[in-house]
Structure formats: structure tokens, C-alpha cells
Ligand binder design. Structure first.
Ligand SMILES: NC(=O)c1ccc[n+]([C@@H]2O[C@H](COP(=O)([O-])OP(=O)(O)OC[C@H]3O[C@@H](n4cnc5c(N)ncnc54)[C@H](O)[C@@H]3O)[C@@H](O)[C@H]2O)c1
Length: 285
């Protein structure tokens, strides 16, 4: 349902790879709400993915850029302002990648060059994006910048690996830059901590199917989908959230506030059956 919440606003959406991507859903929703946008992804993703289809469908310019490159990011902002005809009102950072996760390196056997790449792509790129925009004065007064995070920034979840460190840093950047950009230009910066969602990046995480299922059962409202996330992003980009900044906003059906549910307790009790020896003694393992 469209309410013209973003009528007249100009935005940049980073990270739509295919129709499962959270950024893909966000791009569709913001346009539905009246925004005009540009899209950006890596040159490789532009060649290999289907972002072109989205660009055509939404009549949006697609600007290839590696988000770890300051020069590329400058180009994205220059070309976006040119194409859209003015300063930018909202930006979505929907970018994440860990070579350690891809190469199945465990957290106690990280490759440190890969760790630096993880942090650069998944967190520092957010700083670069905002710093570039601020230096160019590319974001309008009251503009809204969002990045997507995950609860592994606060709590340890099996298999999330060095992405947890990247997400902690990402959320910290939102606070640190939110202070400076808010005071000086009224620009707000937040992260949305999204439920596990079946996407290309998500499915790279070890045991991801079980994680999705576990958090779905544990959350009173169930997991938030990519479409739900797109709705939340629309509100955060709109003027209805003018005073929200420097926040990490959980969008997870309640998962982050849960400890133990009745259902999980039942399941937990059942699990001991499998771990008893012949005498019925529990093996903790
Ligand atoms: N899927 C989940 O379970 C989940 C949960 C919480 C948060 N998130 C976050 O949501 C964001 C989007 O991920 P997604 O799940 O939609 O997966 P996705 O794989 O569709 O999107 C990740 C995007 O990052 C882009 N990217 C990688 N390296 C880049 C670089 N150097 N420069 C620019 N772009 C680059 C990819 O091309 C891709 O478009 C990520 O930050 C992810 O960590 C995902």
C-alpha cells in the first residue's frame, strides 16, 4: 500500500544483487512511495547479478562502485545528484561480505588479511560513504542514512564469525557519525538490526537454515522478512522519524528481547534424550 511517504525525495540504494536482496525490496518500496533513486553495486555484481533488471524496472540509474573505494563513492554521489537533480535525502547501505565466512575459516582460525577485508567492506565502507557525502555536502538537511545490521553485534550466535565484529563496528559508526552529522547538518544516521533473512549473503553463514528457524520460533512475532524490512526503511527515510538518530533499531519480531520461550524450553528438554548413556545418565558433551 503506497502512501506517498517519500514523495519528492531523492535516494541512493547500495547493495541490490538479486530479487532476494533486502536492498532490492527496499528499492521497490521507496519508489512505490514516490521517491526517485539511483542504485549502486560493485562492477562485478553489476555484471553477474540482475541489478540491471531492477534499474530498468524502476527507471533508476545504476552506478557501479566498490564501496571500499572513496573515489568510486564520490562518483556515486556526483552522478546521483546530477541524475536526480539535487541533494540526496536518503541513503541505504545494504552491503556485507566476509571472505573468512566464504572460505569457511572459523573464528579461532581467522585469516587477518581477510578480516581486514570483512571490516572494510561490511563496516568501514559505511564510514567512507558518510564522510564522502559530508565533504561534498551531498545530503540535504534532515536527510536519513541507514545501514543494515544483525543482533550478532551484541550477542554471540554460532557461525556468524567475523561478521559479528563488522556489525559492532557498523553500529558504532552510526553513533559516532550520527553525532557529528546531526549537529552540523541535521542528518540522521541509524542501523536496522534485521532478522536472519534468506539472501545470498545470509545463506553463506554456517547453519543458516537452523538459525532462521530458531529465531522464527523464538520471536513472538516471527522473523521479519525482507519486505517487512523495506517497510521499516520507508518509515526511517520519511519525515515521520525526524528525531530518530544514532540508534540501532531492532527489527526482528522481538527476538533480541527474548531469553527462553515455552516452546524452546520443551525442545531443550527433549534434546537430552539423545544424550543419555545406557544407564540413562545425561552426557553433557
Ligand atoms: N540476510 C540476513 O540474514 C541479514 C540479516 C541482518 C542483516 N543483513 C545485512 O543486510 C545487508 C544486505 O545483505 P543481504 O542479506 O540482502 O544479502 P545480498 O547478498 O543480497 O547483499 C549483499 C550486497 O553487498 C554487496 N557488496 C559486497 N561487497 C561489496 C563492495 N565491496 N562494494 C559494494 N557492494 C558490495 C553485494 O554485491 C550484495 O549486493 C548486509 O549488510 C547484511 O549483513 C542481512
Amino acid at each position: 500500500m503506497a502512501n506517498n511517504l517519500l514523495k519528492g525525495k531523492r535516494g541512493i540504494v547500495f547493495g541490490a544483487l538479486n530479487d532476494m536482496s533486502i536492498a532490492w525490496k527496499v528499492a521497490e518500496r521507496v519508489v512505490e512511495e514516490g521517491a526517485i533513486i539511483t542504485l549502486s553495486n560493485t562492477p562485478l555484481a553489476v555484471r553477474m547479478g540482475t541489478t540491471n533488471e531492477l534499474a530498468e524496472k524502476l527507471n533508476a540509474k545504476l552506478i557501479p562502485a566498490d564501496a571500499t573505494s572513496v573515489a568510486d563513492l564520490e562518483q556515486v554521489f556526483v552522478q546521483s545528484m546530477e541524475t536526480l537533480g539535487g541533494k540526496i535525502d536518503f541513503v541505504l547501505h545494504s552491503i556485507g561480505m566476509s571472505p573468512n565466512v566464504r572460505k569457511k575459516r572459523t573464528y579461532d582460525d581467522l585469516d587477518y588479511d581477510m578480516l581486514i577485508t570483512t571490516l572494510d567492506i561490511s563496516a568501514i565502507s559505511f564510514h567512507k560513504m558518510i564522510q564522502v557525502a559530508k565533504k561534498m555536502d551531498a545530503i540535504s538537511e534532515g536527510g536519513s542514512v541507514l545501514a543494515l545490521s544483525y543482533v550478532a553485534a551484541q550477542r554471540t550466535l554460532f557461525g556468524y564469525n567475523d561478521m559479528a565484529d563488522a556489525k559492532s563496528m557498523l553500529e558504532s559508526i552510526a553513533r559516532s557519525f550520527g553525532y557529528i552529522y546531526g549537529r552540523e547538518k541535521g542528518v540522521r544516521i541509524n542501523t536496522i538490526s534485521q532478522s536472519p533473512t534468506m539472501t545470498t549473503a545470509g545463506s553463506g553463514i554456517k547453519g543458516f537454515d537452523s538459525l532462521v528457524d530458531f529465531s522464527d520460533r523464538m520471536s513472538p512475532l516471527g522473523n521479519a522478512t525482507a519486505d517487512d524490512c523495506a517497510d521499516y526503511c520507508v518509515v526511517m527515510f520519511s519525515d515521520l522519524t525526524r528525531k530518530v538518530t544514532m540508534q540501532n533499531l531492532y527489527h526482528d519480531g522481538g527476538f533480541s528481547s527474548m531469553g527462553m520461550s515455552f516452546r524452546a524450553m520443551e525442545q531443550y528438554n527433549k534434546s537430552f534424550d539423545e544424550f543419555k548413556d545406557e544407564e540413562g545418565k545425561v552426557i553433557y558433551g
